[in-house]
Write a protein that binds this ligand. Sequence first.
Ligand code: JFZ
Length: 438
Amino acid sequence: MKKLNVLLLLVFLSTVVSAQTNYTPSKENVANREWFQDAKFGLFIHWGVYSVMAGGGDHGIAEWIMNQKKIPIQQYKKLPSFFNPVQFDPAEWVSMVKKAGMKYITITSKHHDGFAMYASKISDYNIVDQTPYGKDVLKQLKEECDKQGIKLFIYYSQLDWHHPDYYPRGRTGQDFTGRPKQGEWSEYIDYMNTQLTELLTNYGEIGGIWFDGMWDKPNADWQLDETYGLIHKLQPGAMVGSNHHKEPIPGEDFQMFERDLPGENTMGFNQTNTISELPIEMCETMNGSWGFNIKDQNYKSSKQLIQTMVKAAGYGANFLLNTGPMPNGKIQPENIDTLMVIGDWMEKYGKSIYGTRKGPIKPLKWGATTQKGNTIYLHVLQLAEENLLIPNVETKIKAITFFDDDSKVNYKITDFGTLLHIPYDKRNDTDTILKVEI
Ligand code: JFZ
């Protein structure tokens, strides 16, 4: 009898932890995963009513300002009335994305503050009902994406600092919000599923859903079987991913890494060093903030960002680079400048990134490798001398040339590895690319 109880408990628990068990991706989904891996480079957009506060004069605060400054809902809900992005021009945004060499956009539809940046019917806490702007930015952006051939992915925060039924509360959004100390968790799950249904039915074909916030209540019953099942039923091609910092859960279609190369953990977020066989993506900020922060001038150089993208590609990962648009609807000019430099680089060297998969040599201090068919692209990012010893590849090398001018690279295969001669005058400051034909 006791054994049976334990068994029943185990069966019960395994359904509580909940994943979309027995999930087999549809044909469209499998095709989209290939598309995704070929695409390699996308724009992340964090935009919400928090952008009005521009970080509040603090470094490192933006979309988290409600929680970090302990702003009660009663006060925070005044923000939408100041949000009026009259200069928002979706055509400008999407053209910029194309010029940057990016293939997709992932935009926040609802962040932790719970405010919907689209026309939600289930809650009037949304951009159309609460802001003087009164228009659905998601719809406008999607229409422009369709026009210009850019895929749109939707970020959705499962964590919610506004909804009363997000209860019991998690690590964040606690008493300061002023919500009653009660709530019906299952009501919240229903609410979330309704919003996701809106997002997956009112905006045409969506690239995927980028979840975030499960980490706020890691042990809650998120009922992912239902949510993931719903998404895959409404749009079988849409890819599901979640920023839970753990190994992918059944029902997910890609794995993501936040501000770290796959498998690395310099930020303290990543809780697994397993890199899944699923498509992978790494997201990164241009300064230190996701949402608009007026004080954060800590911009990474375009060289640094290109090198990170190259290394990510060396792991087979996409690079999702973030911008936090301003409350007037404009993209920060500094970000546009950086994106244009990266775009020029992509136009010249994109062949060594787009459509590639991780190369035979995993990223090392000197650089990374990507591969497409019989060509391995050797990206030399950092090299003090003229000689570079790399691990031998298994297949026979036919020729090695410089990407820039097709001139031959002198090399010697030894027992210890392949020794390459890379003269200083052949160097490219950002990335010296060698083509290895096998
Ligand atoms: C999350 C969000 O909180 C953040 O605002 C942004 O959207 C980013 C892309 O994703 O970042 C996290 C997630 C988890 C933790 C910290 C930041 N955490 O567990 O401390």
